[in-house]
Design a binder for this molecule. Structure first.
Ligand code: SF4
Length: 413
């Protein structure tokens, strides 16, 4: 089979064995995949191998998907994790003007909002009462933000719930905080850490190529700035996630270069907890309306990016997350068959993808995650933000509710 696969051909990959598909692969793709199957390490892939995988089509693509599932099982087993968390997007007022963003508003728009510190504290208390272990705090960048506002958010949240893990502030917000305070980057990050910042989302990465970044958002931080914030955070003991937004104006070569860059950073610092591919949601964005982007990722692209990440990041970043808000239930399960092992957060109040036209909803309950994971024949487990503790959630027995069986220090970091 060569060229474009039909939906049903693509969706058939979880039923294939490596021995079924291997004889049908082209020799460059088969040899690249066999290197990773043998060593479990994406460092063994050359740039040419990586491009061959990223451009795979037909049987080659099916082979990549099947191999990614094998490598996932060998590296992190059959557990699929999720974190119980709440999103707090504290303001939608933003001057940056990213063309892929349908969330931001001007300060005078009728639906512009800015949460007070008290309101954020209340949301944190409510989340804690519902079992959340993490709040994920990001917002727009309003002009004239009080100089130490990001620090003050941390204080308000920690005062309200000292035990809550705070996963907050994109590298773009960090650059803005540095600009507002005039502090050195390492000093600024250390101050946030000392006031309760647990981990940093590796968002605002989109595609780490300045040509593409200029199309997406001329005012956003540069690739070099993103890398500097991340490296400095890791050096300050603040771990981060890593992300890539696909399905807009980029090419497959950008995916490869970004994954290899993330590998390089990880080998220096070990600070990434996970990699999160983010499919572009195009409906309500200027980027799409101005004809600067394609109509979001195809099914083949969704699956390929997750599988490619599993192979290229093997031996480097152990956890590959599906962003369920941007995928539907079925597609997020397919991506978990294509190398991914984490469902992300319950979120409780997702706004950013919904405003761009995503329809997956604002909240997935832990019980929903558990049944989606069990449906796939995998083992659900609730994790903390850094994957250092996980609680297995086993299926109900004798009519009893789903119970936590035990918790242990996760093997993966
Ligand atoms: S993505 Fe973030 S920085 Fe860009 S316009 Fe939207 S809210 Fe502002």
């Amino acid at each position: 089979m060569s060229g474009e696969l039909t939906t049903s051909e693509l969706e058939s990959f979880p039923a294939l064995d490596w021995s079924d598909i291997a004889p049908r692969l082209s020799s460059p793709v088969r040899s690249a995949i066999e290197k990773v199957l043998e060593t479990q390490n994406g460092a063994d892939l050359s740039l040419e191998d990586s491009y061959a995988l990223a451009d795979s089509e037909g049987d080659d693509l099916l082979g990549l998907l099947v191999a990614s599932n094998i490598v996932r099982a060998e590296l992190v087993g059959n557990i699929v994790t999720y974190v119980v968390n709440r999103n707090i997007n504290f303001t939608n007022i933003c001057f940056v003007g990213c063309k892929f963003c349908a969330f931001s508003r001007g300060p005078r728009e009728s639906d512009a909002y800015f949460l007070t510190l008290d309101q954020m504290a209340q949301k944190t208390v409510g989340a804690w009462q519902m079992g959340a272990t993490e709040v994920c705090i990001q917002g727009g960048l309003p002009r004239d933000l009080p100089k130490f506002h990001y620090r003050d958010i941390l204080r308000a949240v920690k005062n309200a719930v000292p035990g809550m893990h705070i996963h907050a502030f994109s590298p773009m917000e960090i650059v803005y905080g540095v600009e507002l305070t005039g502090m050195a980057l390492a000093d600024y990050l250390s101050m946030l850490r000392d006031n309760g910042l647990g981990t940093l989302p590796g968002t605002a990465a989109e595609i780490l190529d300045d040509g593409i970044r200029h199309i997406l958002s001329a005012n956003k931080l540069s690739t070099a700035q993103w890398v500097e914030v991340i490296r400095t955070a890791h050096r300050c003991g603040i771990r981060t996630t890593s992300t890539l937004m696909y399905g807009h104006a980029e090419t497959s070569a950008h995916w490869v270069r970004q994954m290899r860059l993330l590998r390089d950073i990880q080998s220096e610092t070990g600070g990434f907890t996970e990699f999160v591919p983010l499919g572009f949601v195009h409906w309500n964005t200027l980027l799409f309306q101005q004809g600067l982007a394609r109509t979001g990722p195809t099914l083949a692209e969704h699956l390929k990016v997750h599988a490619l990440a599993r192979l290229l990041l093997a031996g480097s970043i152990p956890n590959i997350q599906v962003s369920w808000v941007k995928l539907n239930r079925h597609l997020s399960q397919l991506c978990l068959h294509a190398g991914a092992n984490d469902y992300g957060g319950t979120l409780m109040e997702e706004n950013i993808s919904r405003e761009a036209g995503a329809t997956a909803g604002q909240y997935t309950s832990p019980e929903d995650f558990q049944s989606l994971i069990l449906e796939m024949g995998r083992i659900p487990a609730e994790r903390n933000t850094t994957y250092s503790r996980i609680n297995l959630k086993l299926p109900p027995k004798n009519g009893e509710d789903c119970v936590t069986e035990h918790s242990f220090e996760a093997e993966f970091r």
